[in-house]
Design a protein around this ligand. Structure first.
Ligand code: RB5
Length: 150
């Protein structure tokens, strides 16, 4: 399992801590697509890089982190095939996997504490997509992406 991770200047510490957490707890490979500097960095660059790594199959899933999670999450969702959930609690993260088959998770380093972020990551990594009735809706979303309508 390869997890692509990306961040902006607000979230270097979170990126490092979450990467270490995933490597140590899950023994997954974490690929860094974010900045390692606290100099101002435009989050669309790393959001796009993570999303493209996932969409191309170079990574299995992605995690993107900025101040709120919103800008980098919106960015990830612009890449075809990406379903990114911006989460500030674990329940939505879990359901986003089970119902929406999300392949990228976003959260904000200025919104959630580090321990809560780890819980969000845990729920998201451990949940499985349920398929079934949910696939109809995901197909409709994909149709919007491909044809501009459901
Ligand atoms: C950076 O100041 C901030 O705008 C960014 O980290 C993020 O919160 C955007 O959505």
């Amino acid at each position: 399992m390869i997890i692509a991770i990306g961040n902006d200047h607000t979230s270097v510490e979170y990126k490092n801590e979450i990467s270490k957490y995933i490597e140590e707890k899950y023994h997954y490979e974490v690929a860094n697509y974010g900045t390692d500097s606290t100099e101002r960095f435009h989050y669309p660059k790393s959001g796009k890089a993570v999303a493209e790594a996932v969409a191309s199959g170079r990574a299995d899933k992605g995690i993107v982190i900025c101040g709120t999670g919103i800008g980098i999450g919106i960015t990830a969702n612009k890449v075809k095939g990406i379903r990114c959930a911006i989460c500030s609690e674990p329940y939505s993260a879990k359901l986003s996997r089970e119902h929406n088959n999300t392949n990228v998770l976003a959260f904000g380093s200025r919104v959630v504490g580090l321990e809560l972020a780890k819980m969000i990551v845990d729920e998201w990594l451990n949940a499985e997509y349920e398929g079934g009735r949910h696939q109809t809706r995901l197909d409709m979303i994909a149709n919007i992406e491909d044809h501009g309508e459901c």
